[in-house]
Design a binder for this molecule. Structure first.
Ligand code: G6P
Length: 370
């Protein structure tokens, strides 16, 4: 087992550190920078069929569901195609209305999650094609995906808490958004080139985020006794806040809530006091100023702010109790980079609390029964 961990203490830690490579592998052979084109080899739908898609339904469970939420921003921004996101367990029982020219997108690492498989079966029954964004090869989901499969190629993920698969799903989701935009003629080859260039720069930026992780040990030293935490983000980073909170509760057993920051005033603000660390995702994007005022509101109530910012930031740097620097990228792709510090923080907290990082209590890697 310790050999399988390749010198790392836990599989989760190993899988976090594999991300520069796994995100590269998701892109491999699919990106043609020179011509500004994307080719997802596993699609069973032609460019003409892709061009006709009017609605996407994205379904998944757990961390993969958060990936669906991010993918909605990617596809709606880049390919101007509406995306509805459902928990697979809700979708299957709500008699979903699936119009012609829609597509079901199923995100699942294992390809064996029972609710996600049932959602795929529902789409098939209604005559709607299903496309899978999958990791494990040869799963049940791969057989049900009549619209094709995009493998993320992250390799086996052993830790129960998903890390490298989440970022892999986002990379694949971005490629899919570009592929649909290309099919619909929404982006010119030159615009595609710009997007692809930003995408291929991500693995190197992930490496930078993994260089020195001592900050997370310091944060864990200071905060490991807390009972509650709040994670806030807006726009494409709102789902990243949800994922940060999920990771924290899964492995450290600290009660953590993720919220779109704009909703803070409609509830969570009542909980904020000096015992409540608030992780704020505040890298540069169109809603930066809004995040800034959310941070001021947290501070005014005594909350401790741990902020994710870009290196060139000056405004939030002064206001936060702690800052985590994240390399700059495009606003949409910031979601992928911002994920990494939140993984490292939850890992450090779990470690400091002596929790069983790879096998958290009551959780399973894949939920194959209802
Ligand atoms: C379980 C795992 C999660 C995972 C979810 C969906 O809850 O603990 O890490 O995100 O299942 O799994 P899937 O294999 O469908 O991606």
């Amino acid at each position: 087992i310790s050999a399988a961990k390749g010198g790392y203490k836990h599989f989760m830690q190993k899988e976090i550190f594999e991300q520069p490579r796994t995100t590269t592998d998701t892109l491999r052979g699919r990106v043609d920078i020179e011509h500004g084109r994307v080719t997802l080899e596993g699609l069973a739908l032609s460019e003409e069929q892709l061009a006709q898609i009017e609605q996407i339904h994205a379904v998944a469970c757990g961390t993969a569901w958060h990936a669906c939420l991010v993918l909605k921003y990617f596809v709606e921004s880049l390919a101007r195609t509406p995306v509805e996101v459902d928990y697979a367990s809700e979708f299957r029982y709500r008699s979903p209305v699936l119009r012609p020219n829609s597509l079901l997108l199923a995100l699942t690492q294992s390809g064996e999650t029972v609710d996600t498989l049932a959602a795929m079966a529902e789409a098939r029954q209604q005559g709607i094609p299903t496309l899978g964004i999958l990791n494990a090869i040869g799963s049940q989901a791969s057989r049900l995906a009549d619209g094709g499969v995009i493998y993320i190629h992250a390799g086996p993920e052993i830790a129960v808490a998903s890390t490298k698969v989440f970022t892999g799903m986002l990379m694949a989701g971005y490629l899919l958004a570009l592929q649909i935009a290309q099919a619909k003629g929404i982006l010119t080859p030159a615009q595609m080139q710009t997007h692809l260039q930003s995408l291929i720069e991500l693995p190197g930026k992930i490496s930078l985020l993994l260089k020195d992780t001592s900050l997370y040990d310091h944060l864990a030293e200071q905060y490991h006794h807390v009972t509650d935490m709040l994670f806030l983000g807006r726009w494409v980073n709102a789902p990243i806040a949800l994922e940060g909170a999920l990771k924290m509760k899964e492995i450290s057993y600290i009660h953590a809530e993720g919220y779109p920051a704009g909703e803070m005033k409609h509830g969570p603000i009542a909980l904020i006091d000096e015992r409540m660390p608030v992780v704020c995702i505040a890298t540069r994007d169109p809603v930066y100023e809004k995040m800034l005022s959310n941070i001021e509101q947290v501070r005014a109530r005594g909350g401790r702010v741990i902020a994710l910012i870009n290196p060139e930031d000056t405004q939030i740097r002064e206001k936060a109790d702690h800052i985590i620097e994240v390399p700059s990228t495009t606003p949409l792709l910031s979601s992928i980079l911002n994920t990494i510090p939140l993984q490292l923080f939850s890992y450090a907290m779990a470690l400091r609390r002596g929790a069983d990082v790879d096998q958290p209590r009551n959780l399973a890697k894949s939920v194959t029964v209802e």
